[in-house]
Every structure is written in structure tokens, then in C-alpha cells.
Design a protein around this ligand. Structure first.
Ligand code: RIB
Length: 311
């Protein structure tokens, strides 16, 4: 268990503009559907996780890249207005990361990520923020920036002892050295299956992942809750909060931001996952990615059994 930290959460990852088409259902290949709405709204797994943590009142910095296009300033402004420190955001020539997506009435989604500026973040760009990264209580990464850059962050943190939570989203092959450098690995069911021989029970998945050298895993299982397992031999399910989902975009990101905050605040992993489940449950009751991240008071109310969906 981590002791309570007075150090910030530092996110090294993507910041994107989501191009959201709302539709009755996800269209089949070759099908034309009439949509119900279209909106541009800030997203990107790194930025979403940063906003999730900031909305919960924790100090958060992001190291990211946006383009010098129309979307870059809007992405940065949204991070700032959520309370995320954006001193680590660089503007590069070309397009910002973009994510065209369908969100169906059922709340399900289908997303394509076009990396743009996110794909340009190199190890040298991370080195410019080495002092910030070394000052972190935890670093949180995803896989929407180049893998060699994520790998570099992990090596940097391994040298200085900063714990790293790696959200392997979207799933991609990882260098062997990564496994021993990760403090928390947080795949959803689809992502976890990519690192094994297909889908397995949460218990088997966790055991296979730990065998690779990981210290701890938090398996995000959506409406089933989360499964926690550590190399020290602690494991178990953490129950979900039942809500009516209208938009599941960024629910996993919400879990990650909240889980990192709760661990930094000194909660044990099971209590931290309960806190993160509560945050993610509120997230799916609201539309959008960063727009759906809940405030601390709402999460605390849900945990206390006092939250009313009409408030
Ligand atoms: O996890 C949700 C996010 O995935 C979206 O905001 C989109 O930008 C993609 O990165």
C-alpha cells in the first residue's frame, strides 16, 4: 500500500479532440445511418485521465502535444479550466490528435484515433520535463503516444523510483523490459485479451499478467466492476455501482484518474478501486469524455449512498 503522497500526479500521454457522431446504433460495414447529433469535444486518454483526477481535487500536470490547428488551443483551454497544469503541453506543427467516433443510444461506442501531434512525442520531449516527472507521486501513461516514448518514461521512472500506472489503451505490443517497471497495469477486458491467448476469466488473466513480472493489476471489467491482484498475493473483485449508462466514452479513463488519486491519497488498492468504480459509474451517466468526469462531492455522495441522479 502506498502511503499518502503530497506529490502531484503527472500524466504523460495524449490530448485529442473527439469528433462525436451520436447515432441510434453503431453502423454496420457498408451501412449509411442518419445520426442524431454531432459535436467536437476534448478527449484523448491522457487528457481525460488528467481531467478525471483534477476534478477530484488532486494536483495534476500533463506532458502532452497538440497541433497548431484550430483544435490545439481548445484542447489546452479545456485542460486548464479543469485545473490541470498544462506547462508541459507543447504545440507542434500540423494536426492535433483527432478521434472520430460513433456513440450509440445504448451508450456503446466505436472510436478511431488519428494520432496527429500525439504521435510526434519523442523521448527527447519527455526529457525536457524530467524534473517534473521525477517530482511526481505517480506517473500515469497510456498507449496513444509512441511506445518508445512510453518505454522511455518507464525507464526514467524506474531510475528514480517514481511508480508508474500504465493503462495499455489501445493495446499494443510492449517491450519486455516494461513489465517489471510498471507499478499498476490497468487493461479492460479487450486489452487484457491482447496480452494473453484471447479472453480468460479475470482471475486467470491477472495471474498470467503477474507472471510476466508486473507488480499489480487492476482489471477494468465495466459493469462487472474491477478485479485487483498484486504480486504480494492479494486479490479480489471490487463491486460496481449500478447506474443507467448513456455514454461509456472515457469511463475507463475516469477509473484510471480516480484510481491513481485514491492510491496517492493512501487508500489500499481495494478501497481505491471502489472509489474509482464510483467515479466511473457517474461518468457513464453523462455525455462526453472530459465533460463527464465527476466532481469529488458527487463521488463521495455515491460512496456514502446519498447520490441522487437528479442532483
Ligand atoms: O478513452 C476514450 C478516448 O479514447 C476518447 O476521448 C478518444 O479521444 C480516444 O482517445
Amino acid at each position: 500500500m502506498m502511503s499518502k503522497s503530497d506529490k502531484p500526479l503527472v500524466i504523460v500521454g495524449s490530448a485529442t479532440m473527439d469528433l462525436v457522431t451520436r447515432t441510434p446504433r453503431i453502423p454496420a460495414t457498408g451501412e449509411t445511418l442518419i445520426g442524431t447529433a454531432f459535436e467536437t469535444t476534448p478527449g484523448g486518454k491522457g487528457a481525460n485521465q488528467a481531467v478525471a483526477a483534477a476534478r477530484l481535487g488532486y494536483p495534476v500536470h500533463i506532458v502532452a502535444m497538440v497541433g497548431d490547428d484550430v483544435y490545439g488551443p481548445a484542447i489546452v483551454d479545456n485542460l486548464k479550466s479543469a485545473g490541470v497544469c498544462t506547462d508541459g503541453v507543447a504545440v507542434v506543427h500540423g494536426s492535433s490528435g483527432l478521434a472520430p467516433m460513433f456513440v450509440a443510444d445504448s451508450g456503446e461506442n466505436s472510436i478511431v484515433v488519428v494520432p496527429g501531434a500525439n504521435g510526434k512525442m519523442a523521448p527527447a520531449d519527455v526529457d525536457r520535463h524530467a524534473d517534473l516527472i521525477n517530482s511526481a507521486g505517480m506517473v500515469l501513461c497510456q498507449l496513444e503516444i509512441p511506445i518508445e516514448t512510453v518505454s522511455h518514461v518507464l525507464s526514467l521512472c524506474a531510475r528514480t523510483g517514481v511508480p508508474v500506472m500504465l493503462d495499455p489503451a489501445p493495446a499494443a505490443a510492449l517491450p519486455e523490459a516494461v513489465w517489471a517497471q510498471v507499478a499498476w497495469f490497468t487493461p479492460n477486458e479487450t486489452e487484457a485479451a491482447c496480452y494473453l491467448d484471447g479472453g480468460q476469466s479475470a482471475e486467470v488473466t491477472a495471474s498470467h499478467l503477474l507472471d510476466r513480472g508486473l507488480s499489480a493489476v487492476a482489471l477494468k471489467r465495466g459493469a462487472e466492476g474491477a478485479y485487483i491482484a498484486t504480486a504480494e498475493g492479494k486479490s479480489g473483485w471490487v463491486a460496481p455501482f449500478a447506474v443507467d449508462a448513456i455514454d461509456t466514452v472515457a469511463a475507463g479513463d475516469c477509473f484510471n484518474g480516480a484510481f491513481a488519486v485514491a492510491l496517492l491519497e493512501g487508500l489500499d488498492p481495494f478501497s481505491a478501486a471502489r472509489f474509482a468504480n464510483a467515479a466511473a459509474a457517474l461518468c457513464v451517466t453523462r455525455k462526453g469524455a472530459q465533460a463527464s468526469m465527476p466532481a469529488r462531492a458527487d463521488v463521495d455522495a455515491l460512496l456514502a449512498g446519498n447520490f441522487s441522479m437528479t442532483t
